[in-house]
Design a protein around this ligand. Structure first.
Ligand code: 5GP
Ligand code: MG
Length: 466
């Protein structure tokens, strides 16, 4: 039996640009550079010049995949781009995006962030119609569904695709004459629109990418909305959105960059509010509050301010460690953490509050705590600015399988003993809901609550294709 390469859920970064007279490949490069935190495994850009499409993609960081030579060939007025994220499964170029194929309506390029939850039935439909597939990727399924959808225009084909697809997709689509941006009816993953000079437009996963290229933020793309960028400017229309909507709360906790806006709010501010609530829920006497850099910095500042305990640096992170660095070997997990973080000597004799944004597998916290002990910390009180993660994500964050989630199999006391801290406190789900609720009419919090906004048929998918 043929073994298909496996693709698990991913929280990637996507972009789309329509800008006549602009070097769209270069602009895409800078947008992807600003979205690098959403995926470090592969990067790709596809451009269109009104006749043919050009593509370059590869494994590694954006700065490793692109150079002056390969950017030069990416000509045109239209572009889409992608950075791919993956923690598990083989590293493979097969999964690099954008996908580009030729269709009856001309070139079709796709960049996808998210994960479909009904992939297996969609695959079956495609295979029965005689469409060949080269991977188990749901993004390839999206590409083939669009290529074969009924309708003599992309507007109609995209509408037909939305009717059949379930789960998470923030898409940018390149066609001969237009770039489209599509957000699933639940709005699981973010997507926003910006204006680039007089006649250009850009869409990106996060607003932090707009400032980088001197574009101005216009608005977020709504759940269920289709946006077309072409020579008549921005045209958009709305398909039926899901009620309630379901933006991923983990974007607020960890994934988005703190300088992005989500649902009109600064991610940095929301994280500070999470830290402040955490201080109210789990106060402790201590000398200093430190965070696990860089992802927990905002939460840590919020905790320290609310608690009235000085905020300080305790761990210094090596900025140059990416995801592609040479792994020290599975048995050297502690070494891996030591390669990434060094404790500062002034922690000696101190009672420390150690704040992290989340605990997923629970493999990082133990070695970090051990480092702080070696540095002479007297007490270590760990505080986590999100609730225990007990359930896997099928909507695009490749966190872990259920068995791998430490809070799925251990109580808070057991986790505290396992990582070796004096005390451990998590933000409650009620507090998290209070903080994010005012902005919209619903969020996906399935990793914390186990309540999935869509029926998940994904587990069977996995076993089928392995
Ligand atoms: P773990 O508990 O799995 O050892 O790791 C928790 C740490 O990983 C936290 O510092 C958190 O900031 C970070 N983290 C949370 N979610 C993700 C993710 O999806 N990918 C990566 N690379 N790190 C994550
Ligand atoms: Mg972190």
């Amino acid at each position: 039996m043929m073994m298909l390469p496996r693709k698990l859920g991913e929280a990637c970064g996507v972009c789309g640009i329509y800008a006549p007279g602009v070097d769209v490949a270069r602009v895409s490069f800078f947008v992807l550079y600003a979205l690098q935190h959403r995926g470090q495994e592969c990067a790709g850009i596809c451009t269109g010049d009104g006749r043919v499409a050009h593509i370059h993609k590869g494994m590694g960081l954006v700065s490793q995949v692109f150079n002056e030579d390969n950017l030069r060939w990416l000509r045109g007025d239209l572009a889409i781009g992608h950075t791919r994220y993956s923690t598990t499964g083989g590293l493979s170029l097969t999964n690099a995006q954008p996908y580009l194929i030729e269709t009856a309506l001309g070139p079709l390029g796709i960049a996808h962030n998210g994960n479909l939850t009904n992939t297996s039935s969609l695959r079956r439909d495609l295979l029965q119609r005689g469409v060949g597939l080269t991977s188990s990727s749901d993004s390839e399924v999206i590409t083939q569904m669009l290529a074969g959808a009924p309708g003599d225009s992309w507007d109609k084909r995209i509408a037909a695709f939305i009717l059949g697809a379930e789960g998470a997709y923030s898409l940018t689509i390149l066609t001969r004459d237009a770039v489209y941006a599509v957000r699933d009816p639940w709005g699981f993953r973010p997507l926003c629109l910006g204006k680039l000079n007089e006649s250009g437009w850009v869409v990106a996963s996060e607003s932090c990418a707009l400032g980088t290229i001197d574009a101005t933020f216009v608005r977020e793309i709504n759940p269920g909305e289709i946006v077309r960028l072409d020579d008549s400017g921005v045209t958009s229309w709305q398909t039926e959105p899901a009620r309630p909507s379901a933006l991923c709360v983990f974007e607020y906790v960890y994934f988005a960059r703190p300088d992005s806006l989500l649902e009109g709010r600064s991610v940095h501010r929301v994280r500070r509010a999470m830290g402040a609530r955490l201080a109210q829920e789990h106060p402790v006497d201590a000398d200093i509050v430190i965070g696990v850099p860089d992802s927990a910095t905002a939460h840590t500042i919020g905790y320290a301010n609310e608690a009235g305990i000085p905020y300080g640096e305790g761990l210094i992170k090596n900025r140059y460690i990416g995801r592609t660095f040479i792994q020290p070997g599975a048995r050297l997990r502690r070494r891996k953490v030591a390669l990434k973080y060094n404790p500062l000597p002034d922690l000696s004799g101190k009672r420390i509050v150690l704040v992290d944004d989340s605990i997923v597998r629970g493999t990082t916290s133990g070695p970090i705590v051990a480092l702080l002990r070696q540095a002479g910390a007297k007490e270590i009180h760990m505080r986590v600015a999100s609730p225990p993660i007990c359930y896997p994500c099928f909507m695009g964050v490749d966190m872990a399988k259920r068995e791998e989630l430490i809070a799925g199999r251990m109580s808070v006391d057991q986790i505290a003993a396992h990582i070796g801290v004096h005390s451990l406190g998590y933000l409650s789900l009620e507090a998290l809901r209070d903080i994010v609720a005012p902005a919209s009419n619903g969020h996906c919090e399935a990793c914390f609550s186990g309540e999935y906004p869509v029926i998940v048929r994904h587990e069977s998918d996995r076993s089928m294709f392995q």
